[in-house]
Design a protein around this ligand. Structure first.
Ligand code: XMP
Length: 516
C-alpha cells in the first residue's frame, strides 16, 4: 500500500485516483502527520504531492522518517523540491514560471522512465510530453542523486537516487495532460514499490462501510435522494453500512422525468429495503412557480422550496444527527475554487439543492474522494442497476429549466412523454451511451400543422443531445437522420399537443447545454 502525503496541491486526489487505478490501496494524509502514524501505516512506498508553497517558507517539509523507512519515495513538483532540500540539494526560486505543456528528455537510464516515452529525438533519447506548473526548481542535486530528466528551462526536471529508491519529478504525472503519466505511476507503485494489483472496488466498499460505521456509531442519518447517480450511490453505500439508521427523503417536485419517482421507489425502497420517505410536493412547487418565467428566479424558487420540504421532513426525524450528501471530488474542487475565484454567474447551478447549516446536522460525505467514474463503479459493486448508474446527468431544477418561461403542470406532462420517447429511441439505437446528455425541451410557442384532414395548432419540442468530457464545452451530437426522424414521428403521433419537433445544433459555447 502507498501513503500519499499532501502538501496542498489542487490535484492530490488525482494522485490517489491514479494509484487506485493500478489496483493498489492508498491513503492521503496531511504532510505533517506524525512519525508514529507513518510507521504504523507501514507503506510500501510514499508519494509526496505538489503544493502551493515554496521550500523557503520552511513551514512544510516531509517528516524525516519518510527518508529513513527504507521504502521508495516519489516526490512530485513541490514534493521533489522538499525532497531535494531536505536531503542536501538546492532549490531556487526562478523568475520564470513554467505552466502547461513541456517536453522533458529522459537522461541516462532510470527505472522510473525505462521504455516509457512519447517519442525519441534524433540522438535516440526518449522524450516525454508532460504538464508542468512551478516557479521554484531544483538547481543542485542532493548527494547520491543523478538527473534522469531535463528540459531547457528546467535542467533538473527529474532526479533519482536509485540505490535508495528516491525519485523526484518536477512535472505532474497524475494529470492526464502528461500522456505517459499513468505508466509512470504504474512503474513506481508496481515495479519500484512492489505493490501487487490486489485492491479493487469490493475492497473499497468494505473499507468505506467500516469507515461509515465508525463515524456514525449508532446515530441516525438523513439523506436527500434525488435519483441522480451521486445521491443514489451514497444512499446504497450508507444503507449497506448502517441499514435502518438511514432515512432517505425523496422529494417529487413535479419536474422529474417520466416514471422517475416510481423507479426510485422500486430500486431503493422495494429492492434494497432502504427507508425512503416519498414526498409528493408537486402542488407546492407548481403553486410557487405560477406566473414566474425568469430562469434564475425559477431556479431560486425550486431550490428554496426543496429546502423547505426537506426541513419539514427532517423535523419529523428528531433523532437524525447526520446529513448525508453525495458530494463527489469534482464538487469539492469546484466549491473550493468558487470561494477564491470570482466566476461570472451564467447559471446558479449549485445553489439548487444546497441545504442550510440551520439543520444543525453533521455532514456525512462518503463519496468526497471519488471521481465520477469511480462513483459509477462503486454503484455497480453495490448492486445498483446499470441504467441508473450510467444515467445522464439531470439538473437539480429538473424540467423546470427545460420548460422555457412559465412552468405549468400541463407542459411538464407533455415534455415528460416526449423526453421518454427520445431516450427510449436513443437506447434502442445504441446512441444513449454515445451521448453525454440528451433530453427534450418544451417551447411554449404554437405552430400550425396538419394531421389527417385537420389543421393543428400546437406546441414545439426541441431535442438536444451533446457529447462532452466535462460539460464545460460540448458538441451537438451528430445523431443519424433516420433516428431523429423516428423520434420526431413518434412524438408527434403519440403526444397529443405537440405537432413539431426540431433538433438543436448549437455547440457550447456559445450556447449552453440546457436552454435556460
Ligand atoms: P449548461 O446548461 O450550463 O449545463 O451548459 C452544464 C451542465 O450542468 C447542468 N445544469 C444544472 N445542474 N442545477 C444543476 O444541478 C442547475 O441549475 C443546472 N443547470 C444546468 C446541465 O444539465 C449540464 O449537465
Amino acid at each position: 500500500k502507498i501513503l500519499i502525503l499532501d502538501f496542498g496541491s489542487q490535484v492530490t486526489q488525482l494522485i490517489a485516483r491514479r494509484v487506485r487505478e493500478q489496483q493498489v490501496f492508498c491513503e492521503i494524509h496531511p504532510c505533517d502527520v506524525s512519525e508514529e502514524f507513518i510507521r504504523s501505516y507501514a507503506p510500501d512506498g510514499i508519494i509526496l504531492s505538489g503544493g502551493p508553497n515554496s521550500v523557503y517558507s520552511e513551514i512544510m517539509s516531509a517528516p524525516e522518517v519518510v527518508f529513513r523507512l527504507g521504502k521508495p519515495v516519489l516526490g512530485i513538483c513541490y514534493g521533489m523540491q522538499t525532497m531535494a532540500d531536505q536531503l542536501g540539494g538546492t532549490v531556487e526560486s526562478s523568475d520564470s514560471r513554467e505552466f502547461g505543456y513541456a517536453e522533458v528528455r529522459a537522461r541516462g537510464h532510470s527505472k522510473l522512465f525505462a521504455d516509457i516515452q512519447d517519442r525519441t529525438n534524433a540522438e535516440g533519447h526518449g522524450l516525454l510530453d508532460v504538464w508542468m506548473s512551478h516557479g521554484d526548481k531544483v538547481t543542485e542535486l542532493p548527494p547520491g542523486f543523478k538527473v534522469i530528466g531535463s528540459n531547457p528551462s528546467c535542467p533538473i526536471a527529474a532526479m533519482a537516487d536509485e540505490e535508495r529508491g528516491f525519485y523526484g519529478v518536477q512535472f505532474h504525472p497524475e494529470v492526464t495532460h502528461t500522456i505517459k503519466g499513468k505508466e509512470i505511476i504504474a512503474r513506481f507503485v508496481h515495479d519500484i514499490c512492489g505493490c501487487a494489483h490486489d485492491w479493487n472496488m469490493p475492497d473499497y466498499v468494505a473499507e468505506a462501510v467500516a469507515a461509515i460505521r465508525e463515524q456514525v456509531g449508532d446515530e441516525e442519518v438523513i439523506l436527500g435522494l434525488s435519483g441522480g447517480v451521486d445521491s443514489s450511490v451514497a444512499a446504497a453505500l450508507i444503507h449497506r453500512a448502517i441499514g435502518e439508521q438511514l432515512t432517505c427523503v425523496f422529494v417529487d417536485n413535479g419536474l422529474l422525468r417520466l416514471n422517475e419517482a416510481e423507479q426510485v421507489m422500486q430500486t431503493f425502497a422495494r429492492n434494497l429495503g432502504v427507508k425512503v420517505i416519498h414526498v409528493d410536493a408537486t402542488d407546492q412547487f407548481m403553486g410557487h412557480l405560477a406566473g414566474v418565467s425568469d430562469p434564475e428566479q425559477k431556479r431560486k424558487i425550486i431550490g428554496r422550496e426543496f429546502v423547505e420540504v426537506f426541513q419539514d421532513q427532517a423535523a419529523k426525524l428528531p433523532k437524525a444527527r447526520w446529513l448525508a450528501q453525495g458530494t463527489i471530488y469534482p464538487d469539492v474542487i469546484e466549491s473550493a475554487g468558487g470561494k477564491t475565484k470570482k466566476a461570472h454567474t451564467i447559471k446558479s447551478h449549485h445553489n439548487v439543492g444546497g441545504l442550510p447549516d440551520t439543520l444543525n446536522l453533521k455532514l456525512l460525505e462518503p463519496l468526497r474522494e471519488l471521481f465520477k467514474d469511480e462513483v459509477r463503479e462503486l454503484g455497480i459493486a453495490l448492486g445498483l442497476p446499470h441504467d441508473m448508474v450510467y444515467r445522464h446527468p439531470f439538473p437539480g431544477p429538473g424540467l423546470g429549466v427545460r420548460i422555457l418561461g412559465e412552468v405549468k403542470h400541463e407542459y411538464a406532462e407533455l415534455l415528460r412523454r416526449a423526453d421518454a420517447i427520445f431516450i427510449d429511441e436513443l437506447r434502442a439505437a445504441d446512441w444513449y451511451d454515445k451521448t453525454s446528455q440528451a433530453f427534450a425541451v418544451f417551447l411554449p410557442v404554437k405552430s400550425v400543422g396538419v394531421m389527417g384532414d385537420g389543421r393543428t395548432y400546437e406546441y414545439v419540442v426541441a431535442l438536444r443531445a451533446v457529447q462532452t468530457q466535462d460539460f464545460m464545452t460540448a458538441h451537438w451530437a451528430e445523431l443519424p437522420h433516420a433516428l431523429l426522424g423516428k423520434v420526431s414521428n413518434r412524438i408527434i403521433n403519440e403526444v397529443r399537443g405537440i405537432n413539431r419537433v426540431v433538433y438543436d445544433i448549437s455547440g457550447k459555447p456559445p450556447a449552453t447545454i440546457e436552454w435556460e
